[in-house]
Design a protein around this ligand. Sequence first.
Ligand SMILES: [Zn+2]
Ligand SMILES: [Zn+2]
Length: 264
Amino acid sequence: MTPLIDTHCHLADPKLGVDLEDVLERAGAAGVTRMISVGAIGSIECDRRTVAISERHPNVFAAVGVHPHDAKDCTPARIAELRDLARSPRVVAIGESGLDFHYMHSSAAAQEAALRAHLELASELGKPIVIHCRDAEDRIIEILREIGIPRAGGVIHCFTGNASAAGKFIDLGFHISFSGILTFKNALAVREAARTVPDDRLMIETDAPYLAPEPYRGKRNEPAFVRGTLEVLAQTRDADPDLVAARIVENAQGLFRLPADPSN
Ligand SMILES: [Zn+2]
Ligand SMILES: [Zn+2]
């Protein structure tokens, strides 16, 4: 089985915490040999737990940030705490940050301020940025055109936009990551976008425990399920799943500057 990587999951989420060791074992059995676990949900404790998990498990790496839902809590003190956590060599990215105009759990102004602070931190630390974008493609593209993408690059995670938005993000230098949404029946525009992303910008993720791909839609998601999304991605691109998997691993390794896969 070609090894695969889940480039975005939330292993510190209590829904996965109940049987995390089993979750990781099932990932390994499905050939998902590495994972990027993103903190960023709720309080700084989530980032701390995420870094701790990555320090215990050689195949798990971490990203730290403040989710756009919680942008109202993204104070300078919180950014300083993230900077401290990012000293761990296991932290390979900053985020997720971005704009979520669908749920609007924080005001647009707070979300924008937090996004700018994250972009600055990523640039300062020389790490890539993980962007969350929901119903906010135009505004994020405007902001990024204004201040630019961090020199270490970045990824638009759980891409839900159309081919035109994907093209603009690619022109800015981003990778595009597809989640289980790609497998949903009504996700025609997302699949259309997935056909247009160049091979060297392609990424895949679960966003577990959220957004399980078909046929698990509505259930708890976990990294092993990224295989199902890979199948649909390969089908959509009329490509060989093993070749797509190998390309994604290469892309993720490059963007997140991961050491060589110890299980290979
Ligand atoms: Zn997200
Ligand atoms: Zn996420």
